[in-house]
Design a protein around this ligand. Structure first.
Ligand code: CTP
Length: 485
């Protein structure tokens, strides 16, 4: 029989602890006489043979109550020692109480055990007070629940407990669209109700290699302006989902071409250099040993969005997308980096002269810029800074300097800075070199008299050093005239 096979396939794809949780849920729903269904993405993925650890379960009944009962029965059985040995064991192998988070306004709940969560929703209908508003939900049958969904391929349900129905519930022809590889909206106002579906349509099309069905595409284009009705928080969520895809640049490129990015914010665009930068930022994007991990890559996608924007525009975009504080800082840093770039391109620039100005920039912005710049020298210097120079420290620490007899105070920090620069520039390669340099700098500092010890005169201290050593500390080459004593 087709359905038990599908359920068997679903269970077989679940790691043992999750399978055990799933079995407990079915048992509990049976004992309460509540019909439960696998719905949406996980069923779509099962039919597409794409393994998914997500479990979205719809219940014709109160989902938050069922979720609490599930957590209680798991805890009870665990305490009595009758739970499946793996039911409460997470990826890390630690046993812990399941946690339930409920969202009463949406009649949903999430049951979390370490390393996994299960989403339980009350089968419902949704109405929208105005375009873009969050829906008002009313408990309904599973058929109604499927009708309120975004695309036919997500409007599918598989009954998980008895009495089993023979077929998958498929009121909108989702299986046929899976076969035909089409993203089809359920009704003509779908994008007006919820314009995040514009982003989701392109996202699914890219992820599965599907086409947006022609009538759906016409509705999508007609309703682009409804993207204005979507809050920053919801846009942020959708962009984060897009950034988690294997090829987010494909999606953003398509959204740009459709005019969806401009509909979100008039300055938001996605040009070919930005698409190239996304591919370079991924873990397989740079030469071996220089790549970012997945988290680092995703953090660096955000500032790529600010490429070619000025500061006010970058801030507008980060506000529109409800960027987090670190994301906002990274986006806002891009125009300044663009201005700094010519200074990083000069011939025979010392490594320290690259490292010092870069130290104040957020790392995701530097990674983004390294992937965006078309100047190979700037790119190499940025990568050298990101993967090596920024991690290099002098052999000596502040404590070592004190042990050498140097006095404590702000000059110690300055000497450490000089030691670091000397190391970066190959001027001090050993501990002995650094001790020598530290003593020499200390002696020179003492000769400079009382300006040395006053933090307020730090600028004068620099000048003092540079006067005595006959060089300039300023990478621009400006002589220290008028700044010293
Ligand atoms: N949904 C919807 N309209 C939205 C968002 C979600 O109708 N704007 C419905 C879809 O039926 C979707 C389900 O809610 O399948 C769950 O949403 P989500 O978890 O975001 O989607 P998945 O299909 O599980 O997608 P993914 O595989 O990307 O997690």
């Amino acid at each position: 029989m087709r359905k038990p096979n599908l359920i068997g396939k679903l269970r077989a794809g679940l790691p043992a602890p999750i399978r055990s949780l799933f079995d407990q849920l079915i048992k509990l729903a049976d004992s309460r006489g509540l019909p439960v269904y696998l719905v949406g993405g996980p069923l779509r993925d099962l039919l597409l043979d794409r393994p998914s650890l997500d479990l979205d379960i719809a219940v014709e009944g109160d989902a938050p109550t069922l979720a609490r009962q599930l957590a209680e029965s798991l805890s009870r059985e665990d305490k009595a020692g009758s739970a499946h040995p793996e039911a409460l064991v997470g990826r890390a192998g630690t046993t812990s109480e399941p946690r339930v988070v409920t969202h009463p306004a949406f009649l949903t709940a999430t049951v979390r055990v370490p390393g996994f969560h299960l989403d339980l929703i009350t089968a419902r209908s949704e109405t929208y007070a105005r375009p873009g508003a969050l829906p008002t939900v009313t408990p309904e049958t599973i058929e109604d629940d499927l009708r309120r969904r975004d695309f036919t391929i997500n409007a599918l349900a598989l009954r998980l407990n008895s009495p089993w129905r023979v077929e998958i519930l498929d009121p909108a022809g989702g299986r046929a669209d899976l076969e035909a590889r089409l993203i089809r909206a359920l009704h003509k106002r779908s994008f007006q109700d919820d314009a995040t579906r514009i982003l989701r349509a392109v996202q699914y099309a890219s992820r599965f290699g599907f086409n947006v069905e022609p009538q759906t595409l016409r509705w999508l284009k007609r309703d682009l302006r409804y993207l204005r009705t979507i809050s920053g928080t919801r846009l942020h969520h959708e962009f984060s989902r897009i950034f988690a895809e294997s090829a987010p640049e494909e999606i953003l490129h398509r959204l740009h071409d459709l005019g969806a990015l401009a509909a979100i914010d008039p300055t938001l665009r996605f040009d070919p250099p930005q698409a190239d930068a996304f591919t370079r930022l991924r873990p397989d994007g740079w030469r071996s040993g220089r790549q970012l991990n997945t988290t680092g890559a995703r953090a660096s996608y955000w500032p790529v969005l600010a490429w070619n924007l000025n500061e006010p525009q970058a801030l507008d975009v980060s506000r529109r997308l409800a960027a987090t504080k670190p994301q906002r800082k990274a986006l806002a840093a891009m125009p300044a980096l663009q201005r700094l770039a010519p200074n990083l391109a000069g011939p025979s620039l010392k490594r320290s002269a690259v490292a010092e100005p870069l130290a104040s920039f957020p790392l995701p912005a530097l990674w983004a810029f390294s992937a965006l710049t078309d100047d190979p020298t700037v790119r190499e210097r940025l990568l050298d800074y990101l993967t090596k120079a920024r991690l290099e420290r002098p052999h000596l620490t502040g404590d070592d300097l004190l042990a050498l007899g140097l006095p404590s105070g702000p000059q110690l920090g300055e000497i450490l800075r000089r030691l670091r620069n000397a190391r970066l520039d190959g001027e001090a390669t050993s501990r002995e070199d650094e001790e020598h340099l530290a003593r020499q700098n200390d002696a020179e500092g003492r000769d400079c008299g009382d300006v040395w010890v006053n933090e307020q005169f730090l600028a004068l201290e620099f000048a003092c050093f540079t006067c005595l050593r006959g060089e300039t500390a300023d990478p621009t080459g400006e002589p220290p005239v008028g700044r010293g004593h």
